[in-house]
Design a protein around this ligand. Structure first.
Ligand SMILES: Cc1ncc(COP(=O)(O)O)c(C=O)c1O
Length: 436
C-alpha cells in the first residue's frame, strides 16, 4: 500500500478513479471529419487539402506570411536551425552541419528538443540562465554571454509553459550584436506578447519561428509542427528540405541533403479539427491557472509568473514554486531522489509523490540543459557572467543559478483542461496537506 494512503495527513482523501492528467488531447469531433475526408478522397500522403488549409489558418492566426507544416516541432526547429546556420555561415558539406565550429546561445530551462538541433548541425550550445520574472531566458545573462562570446550570431529562445520570454529586451540585444533569433513557440501557441506596444503572437517574434502539435500541446495533431516565416525564400527552402530536397527535374535529383519531415494529410486533418478550439482551450487552461492561484494563495508558494502589462500566456501548464523558507530537505541524484517531511514545509518530490498516490499527474520543472549529462561540459552563462568553474574551496559564496533553483523548488501541476473544478479542489487539498 502506498504510504500516502495511510498517512494521517491525507485521511479522508480518496484516490481519483480516473487519472487526473498533466495535459492530454481534447478532441471535438471535427478532427474525425477531416481525417475521414482525407481517406475518402484518397489524399493519404504528405500532400492534400488539410495541409494547405492548416498552413493558411496558422499563418493567418499568427500573423506571418508563410507556414510550412512538418512532422514535428522538433523537425521545424531542426530546419530553422539549419536555415539560420546556412544564412550565417554558408552551405555545409553533406557530412557536416551548418554550425560546425560555432557557438549558439540557447534557453537553458526548456525541453531538450529546443536545443538538440544545434547539435544536429554540429554547433555548440551555450546555455543562458533563466530569470525569475518569466522563467525564460534572462536578458541580463544574454548580454553577459555576448561579453564572453562576442562572435556568437544565433540565439534559440523558448517560451516556457506558454509564458512569453522578454522578447523586447532579447530582440534589442540580438539586434545590437547582429544575431538572429530562432523562436521556439512549441508550448506557447496562442500566447500574446506586447512588442513596441503592439500585441504579437508568439511564433511571429523571431527570425525563424516554430510551433508544435505534439499530443500534450494546447491543440494537437497527435504529432506535427510548423515553421513560420515572412520570407518566401525560407518557406520554400524548408518545404524542399522537408520533402527529401528534390530538385525540379524529371527524376530524383538532389543537390542538397534532404529530410522526410513533411506533415501527413491525416495529421493535418486532426490539426484542422482542433484550430477552431484554440481559444476555448486557452480559456480553460487559464481558468485552471486562476483556480490554482486562488486555492494556493494561503500557502508559502507562488504560481509560475507572468506580467499582465507585457503578455497574455496561453497557460499551457500551471506550475508553482515553493518559497525557500518552506522547502523541506530534498536531494536529487541523476535518477533518484530523497526527501524528508517537516511541519509547515514540503518539497516538489513530496508533492509529486502525493499527487501520484492519489492518481494525479504532476511533473518536475524541465531540468535545465546545463545540468543535463549530455550538455554538462557546455558553457553556461548567468546574469553575473560565466556560470562554470566560478566556485572556490577557499572563498565562501556561490553563483546564482536561477534555472537550477526553479528546478529545485518548482513543479508542474496537473493542468488538463478537462480536469473539473471539483477534481482540482482535491488536488489543491492534497497540496495543502503536504504542508501540514
Ligand atoms: C519547448 C519545446 N520545444 C520543442 C518541442 C518539440 O516539439 P515536438 O514534440 O512536436 O517535436 C517541445 C515539445 O514537445 C517543447 O516543449
Amino acid at each position: 500500500m502506498n504510504r500516502f494512503l495511510t498517512d494521517p495527513r491525507f485521511s479522508g482523501i480518496v484516490p481519483f478513479q480516473s487519472k487526473v492528467w498533466l495535459a492530454t488531447p481534447t478532441m471535438h469531433g471535427e478532427e474525425q471529419k477531416w481525417v475521414d475526408d482525407a481517406i475518402r478522397t484518397n489524399w493519404v500522403s504528405t500532400v492534400g487539402a488539410n495541409i494547405n488549409e492548416v498552413e493558411q489558418q496558422l499563418a493567418a492566426f499568427i500573423g506571418c506570411k508563410y507556414a510550412v507544416a512538418l512532422s514535428a516541432g522538433t523537425a521545424a526547429l531542426h530546419l530553422a536551425t539549419k536555415l539560420a546556420g546556412e544564412k550565417l555561415y554558408g552551405q555545409a558539406r553533406p557530412n557536416e552541419g551548418t554550425l560546425r565550429g560555432h557557438r549558439v546561445f540557447c534557453s537553458d530551462c526548456t525541453f531538450d528538443a529546443s536545443v538538440n538541433p544545434v547539435a544536429y548541425e554540429d554547433g555548440e550550445a551555450v546555455f543562458i540562465d533563466t530569470e525569475y520574472d518569466s522563467w525564460n531566458m534572462s536578458p541580463e545573462a544574454l548580454e553577459k554571454a555576448f561579453e564572453l562570446y562576442p562572435e556568437v550570431r544565433l540565439i534559440v529562445v523558448a517560451h516556457l509553459y506558454g509564458t512569453p520570454a522578454k522578447m523586447q529586451e532579447i530582440k534589442a540585444i540580438a539586434e545590437k550584436h547582429g544575431a538572429l533569433i530562432i523562436e521556439d513557440a512549441a508550448e506557447s501557441l496562442g500566447a500574446k506578447y506586447k512588442l513596441n506596444g503592439q500585441g504579437v503572437e508568439t511564433g511571429a517574434l523571431g527570425d525563424y519561428n516554430c510551433i508544435s502539435f505534439n499530443g500534450n500541446k494546447i491543440i494537437t495533431g497527435s504529432a506535427g509542427g510548423m515553421f513560420l516565416t515572412d520570407s518566401l525564400e525560407d518557406a520554400n527552402k524548408v518545404r524542399k528540405w522537408s520533402t527529401q530536397s528534390r530538385e525540379d527535374a524529371p527524376w530524383y535529383q538532389h543537390e542538397e541533403v534532404g529530410y522526410n519531415y513533411r506533415m501527413s494529410n491525416i495529421i493535418a486533418g486532426v490539426v484542422r479539427g482542433q484550430t477552431p478550439y484554440l481559444d476555448a482551450h486557452i480559456a480553460q487552461k487559464r481558468a485552471v491557472w486562476e483556480r490554482y492561484a486562488e486555492g494556493l494563495k494561503d500557502l508559502p508558494v507562488q504560481m509560475n509568473p507572468w506580467d499582465p502589462d507585457k503578455c497574455i500566456p496561453n497557460f499551457w501548464l500551471s506550475c508553482m514554486i515553493i518559497d525557500e523558507a518552506a522547502m523541506a530537505p530534498m536531494v536529487r541524484g541523476e535518477r533518484d531522489y530523497l526527501y524528508q517531511t517537516e511541519p509547515g514545509k514540503s518539497s516538489p518530490q513530496e508533492i509529486l509523490d502525493a499527487l501520484a498516490a492519489f492518481n494525479a499527474e504532476g511533473r518536475p520543472i524541465w531540468k535545465p540543459m546545463h545540468m543535463q549529462p549530455i550538455y554538462r561540459t557546455n558553457a553556461f552563462v548567468t546574469a553575473e557572467g560565466n556560470g562554470r568553474g566560478e566556485t572556490n574551496a577557499y572563498i565562501s559564496g556561490k553563483i546564482v543559478d536561477v534555472g537550477a533553483d526553479i528546478f529545485r523548488r518548482g513543479l508542474c501541476l496537473p493542468s488538463d483542461n478537462k480536469m473539473t473544478p471539483a477534481e482540482q479542489d482535491v488536488v489543491i487539498d492534497i497540496i495543502h496537506r503536504c504542508f501540514q
